[in-house]
Design a protein around this ligand. Structure first.
Ligand code: NAD
Length: 480
């Protein structure tokens, strides 16, 4: 591991005007490396470089298939360096090594998927009667500004860069101060793919400094943010000052509705993946189970058994799929989650498994299952962003849907039943951008993802996301 990591601006690795910050291994608390921190002047240089790339036409004049090939090449670079990047990702973020490898493969998949679509961004012709030819064309915005969180730093950056570049935008990416190191691979991938200097800029800096400067920069043309609701609002406000459109992918408090006829054996895998992968730090985590009252005790028992059965320890030692859980990203995030559990116990909920900070070095929280949770408790309404599951009983279907819809969020939801009518009724009634039936996280890079309500607006993934990176121009021609 290099001791010092720089930012990548206008094709060059550079120091940061805001000095350096330590990057911590959350599994041990040890310092991993120092990261250059960008200030507002660095952000300005990156935005100006991207704006120059756009104005030069070097991306937009290309035949789209050629741009698409460069985007695909970035994905191939990631796959070729998968093991090395996964290790860095695990060390700075905490997730099990096998999950980090899956993240790098997922990131590569975005470059494949959107690279393939670069040449499919077609307009349409609109009949205006004799004397006119009219058509639309989809044009990139220009400079796509992207602010990235720490939970899936490589994959989330990849999905925005891949779609942004495929559409012909130049990108300025502000990585999270907790997990900046693994993102350096995206700059190297851009160089390896032959992208011009300034087309992809990757820089880290403090949110209130570099992040705020990027969101408010008058020369950005489009903004993509994944993270907390509060920061999303601040970013949207700043962008609105320059009439810059945003895609906001904010948090969730997503519920799985489990009916009496659900396949509970299969559902065990959904519990493990849904709430304990990445130590629950997943915006679309299955953080609530709403279960028919006849199965309540059994589901609490099964979830508790899964939680207690996980081997919790440093992610770097967890190399095989399904093998255990790592630390949370930081002690601050762990303490915030633990405090929410304690508050829930005071409000009358019970930890059926876990619930405590582990008495070992590192940011470890026990995999936790909360029972006796009422739908109006904070633990049932607010995002914990940690390995904490709340189980809530319901009597009838309408009530289950009302509880599922009863938070400020609306990212994803799930229904587990063998009854197709019941599943389709739930799919219609659930106020969420994505509904899973009988498998949590069913879908992929092909399926649009994004929120209702405070979970945000705009979509990432799928064809829908690509359309966030283009604007429509109409050309009307008077013919003689
Ligand atoms: P955050 O939303 O504050 O940070 C995410 C990114 O935004 C980081 O790159 C950060 O530097 C940047 N940022 C922070 N303040 C900014 C500002 N004023 N202007 C521009 N950029 C700014 O998230 P966090 O503080 O790291 O975590 C807090 C909570 O956010 C978590 O507990 C969790 O609930 C939520 N979260 C959600 C997701 C998600 O995927 N939906 C991801 C990370 C965090």
């Amino acid at each position: 591991m290099d001791a010092y990591w720089q930012n990548f601006i206008d094709g060059a690795w550079t120091d940061g005007g805001a000095g350096r910050a330590e990057v911590i291994d959350p599994a041990t608390g040890a310092v991993l490396a120092a990261q250059a921190m960008a200030d507002a002047a660095d952000v300005d240089r990156a935005v100006q470089a991207a704006a120059r790339v756009h104005a030069s036409g070097v991306l937009t004049d290309l035949r789209p298939v050629e741009r698409g090939r460069m985007v695909q090449a970035m994905g191939r670079y990631l796959l070729e360096h998968r093991d090395e990047v996964a290790e860095i990702l695990t060390l700075e973020q905490g997730k099990p090594l096998w999950e980090a490898r899956a993240e790098i493969a997922g990131a590569a998949r975005y470059f494949e998927y959107y690279g393939n679509q670069a040449e499919t961004l077609e307009g349409r012709s609109i009949p205006l009667g004799a004397g006119y030819v009219d058509f639309t064309q989809l044009e990139p915005y220009g400079v796509s500004a992207q602010i990235i969180p720490w939970n899936f730093p490589v994959e989330i950056a990849a999905r925005s860069i891949a779609a942004g570049l495929a559409a012909g935008n130049a990108c300025v990416v502000k990585t999270s101060e907790l997990t900046p190191l693994s993102s350096a691979c995206l700059a190297r991938a851009a160089v390896a793919a032959g992208l011009p200097a300034g087309a992809v800029n990757i820089l880290c800096g403090w949110g209130h400094e570099a992040g705020a400067a990027l969101a408010a920069h008058p020369a950005i043309n489009q903004m993509v943010f994944t993270g907390s609701v509060e920061t999303g609002i601040a970013i949207a406000r700043a962008a609105a000052g320059n009439v810059v459109p945003c895609v906001l992918e904010l948090g969730g408090k997503s519920a799985a509705i489990v009916h009496e006829d659900a396949d509970l054996d299969a559902f065990g895998a959904d519990i493990r993946r849904g709430i304990f992968s990445n130590a629950g730090q997943v915006c679309s985590a299955m953080s609530r189970i709403l279960v028919h009252e006849s199965l309540y005790d059994e589901v609490v028992e099964r979830a508790g058994t899964i939680a207690r059965g996980l081997s919790v320890g440093p992610g770097i030692e967890r190399t095989e799929p399904g093998h255990g859980m790592g630390p949370m990203v930081s002690e601050a995030q762990r303490d915030r989650a633990a405090a929410m559990v304690t508050a829930a116990e005071r409000a009358g909920a019970r930890a059926a498994a876990g619930g405590r900070v582990m008495n070992i070095p590192g940011a470890f929280l026990e995999p936790t299952v909360m029972a006796d949770v009422a739908p109006d408790m904070a633990i049932a309404r607010d995002e914990v962003f940690g390995p904490v599951l709340s189980v809530i009983p319901f009597r009838d279907e309408a009530r289950a849907i009302a509880i599922a819809n009863g938070t400020r969020y609306g990212l994803v939801a799930g229904v587990f039943t063998r009854d197709l009518d019941r599943a389709t009724r739930a799919a219609r009634g659930l106020r969420a951008g994505q509904v899973f039936v009988n498998e949590w996280f069913a879908g992929g890079v092909e399926t649009p993802f994004g929120g209702y309500g405070r979970s945000g607006y705009g979509r990432e993934k799928g064809r829908e996301a690509l359309l966030n990176y283009v604007q429509t121009k109409n050309v009307a021609i008077r013919t003689r």
